[in-house]
Design a protein around this ligand. Structure first.
Ligand SMILES: [Zn+2]
Ligand SMILES: [Zn+2]
Ligand SMILES: [Zn+2]
Length: 383
C-alpha cells in the first residue's frame, strides 16, 4: 500500500479498443483517490464497480455520473463510509464489459488423468469453446477480483478455464466407466457439464451462454493400444463424434443470437439487473441516451422479479420486499445472495469472509480447485 502510488481521479472512464477486455482496473496500479464531484463516464454495455477495502460495493450503469455522497448510496449510507469535500475517497474502480464474449477457447494445458476401467490410467486432452457474459458485475468483481485475487482479463479467463477442465475431469470420473462407452454417453455428459458450469459461473456473476467440447483425445500410445486390441478405431470415431456434435451445437447457437441480457439460455435464473440490461435493448428513435447526464433521462419503472411491484429501473434493492436487483456476494456455503455489509449468512450462519479452500489430493498432494471431486493430476477420488 503506502501513499507513493496514489492516483487522483477526476475523470473515470475506459474505452476498450481491442474489444477483448472483460474488466479494467482504474487506476491500473496503486490506489485511487476519488475526488468529490469526480466524473464517472460509463459507456454503453459497461458497468462501473467501486472497490473499497477489498470489496466491491457499488455499481453504476451507462451514463455520465457526477460522484457525490448522494449517488454512491451503498458506499456512503449502507456501509457508512465518510466522504466529503475535504477528503477524497480511497477506492478503485473496475469497469466491466457486459457484452457477450463469444468463442473463448478452453483446453487442457496438461492432460487430465482419467481412470479407465479397461485401459487403466489415461491422460486425456480436451478442448472446446465457450461464451460468457457478466450478468452481475458486483458479484463478478467480488468473487474473482476480491476473493480469488484475479485482476486482469487474462487471469480471469485462465481461472475460468481451470474451472471448466476441473469439472470435466469430475464428470468423466463420476459418470464414465471407460472411453469405450463415451460415444453413447456423450450427449448426457455435455449437457450435465454445461449445467454444472452454469452454476459455477453463476457464482462469479457470469452467465455461461454456451459451452462446447470440440475434442477429447487420449495420447497416441493409448490410441495404439486400443487399435491393437482390435476394438476398431473407437477413438477416431469418438473424435469424429465430438466434432460433429460441436458443429451442430454451434450452428444452432448462431441462430439464437441476440437475446443478450434477457437471461435466456443462461440458466438458473441469473438475470442481468435492469440498470445494465437496458443498454442491450434496441433503442426507439435510434438516439443514444446515457451521456445526457441523468437529469433529463426519466428512468421508467420495471417490475421486481420477486414481488412484482413496480420499482425504478436503477434500484439496487426492491423498496417493497428488499429483493436484491444487484447481487453483492453469495454465501460460499449455501449460495444465498448476501447483503453488502453481512458478516454472517442470514440463511445458514456461515461467516461471509471465508474463502473456499482448495482441495489437496491425499494421494499425490496436488492442489485442486475447491469442490473438485477427482484429482486432475492422478485421477484419484478426493476425500
Ligand atoms: Zn420486490
Ligand atoms: Zn449460507
Ligand atoms: Zn492426486
Amino acid at each position: 500500500m503506502g501513499t507513493n502510488n496514489l492516483v487522483f481521479l477526476e475523470v473515470i472512464e475506459w474505452f476498450d479498443e481491442t474489444g477483448k477486455e472483460l474488466v479494467h482496473r482504474i487506476p491500473e496500479q496503486g490506489s485511487g483517490e476519488i475526488k468529490f464531484g469526480a466524473q464517472l463516464i460509463v459507456r454503453e454495455s459497461q458497468a462501473a464497480v467501486f472497490f473499497y477495502k477489498g470489496k466491491a460495493c457499488d455499481a453504476f450503469g451507462p451514463g455520465r455520473h457526477t460522484l457525490k455522497t448522494a449517488n454512491i448510496p451503498v458506499l456512503t449510507k449502507i456501509l457508512a463510509i465518510p466522504w466529503g469535500m475535504t477528503s477524497p475517497l480511497r477506492a478503485e474502480a473496475y469497469l466491466v464489459n457486459m457484452k457477450v464474449f463469444p468463442n473463448l477457447k478452453w483446453g487442457t494445458r496438461d492432460p487430465v488423468a482419467f481412470k479407465d476401467s479397461e485401459l487403466g490410467l489415461v491422460r486425456l486432452r480436451a478442448h472446446g469453446v465457450f461464451n460468457i457474459q457478466v450478468v452481475q458485475p458486483i458479484l463478478f468483481i467480488n468473487s474473482l477480483v476480491g476473493t480469488m485475487g484475479k485482476y486482469t482479463t487474462e487471469e480471469i479467463e485462465e481461472y475460468l478455464k481451470r474451472v471448466i477442465i476441473s469439472r470435466l475431469n469430475d464428470y468423466l470420473g463420476e459418470k464414465l466407466d471407460s472411453l469405450f462407452s463415451l460415444p453413447g454417453q456423450y450427449d448426457e455428459l455435455s449437457i450435465d457439464l454445461q449445467k454444472r458450469l452454469q452454476k459455477d459461473f453463476g457464482r462469479f456473476g457470469l452467465g455461461l451462454t454456451q459451452l462446447y467440447i470440440t475434442s477429447i483425445t487420449p495420447p497416441p500410445e493409448v490410441q495404439k493400444a486400443i487399435d491393437d486390441k482390435s476394438r476398431l478405431s473407437v477413438i477416431q470415431d469418438l473424435d469424429r463424434l465430438v466434432k460433429m456434435k460441436a458443429a451442430m451445437a454451434m450452428e444452432k447457437a448462431s441462430e439464437t443470437q441476440g437475446d443478450a441480457g434477457s437471461g435466456l439460455g443462461m440458466g438458473l435464473g441469473f438475470m442481468m439487473p435492469a440498470m445494465f440490461a437496458e443498454s442491450f435493448r434496441p433503442k426507439p428513435g435510434g438516439d443514444k441516451p446515457g451521456t445526457g447526464g441523468g437529469a433529463g433521462a426519466q428512468p421508467q419503472d420495471i417490475n421486481c422479479p420477486d414481488c412484482g411491484h413496480a420499482i425504478p429501473k436503477d434500484a439496487k434493492f426492491c423498496p417493497y420486499c428488499g429483493h436484491q436487483q444487484l447481487v453483492f456476494s453469495q454465501c460460499v456455503n449455501c449460495g444465498k445472495n448476501l447483503p453488502p455489509n453481512a458478516k454472517f449468512c442470514p440463511k445458514c450462519g456461515h461467516p461471509t469472509d471465508e474463502k473456499p479452500a482448495p482441495k489437496f489430493c491425499p494421494h499425490c498432494k496436488t492442489e485442486n480447485l475447491p469442490e473438485s471431486v477427482f484429482c486432475n493430476q492422478c485421477g484419484e477420488k478426493l476425500g
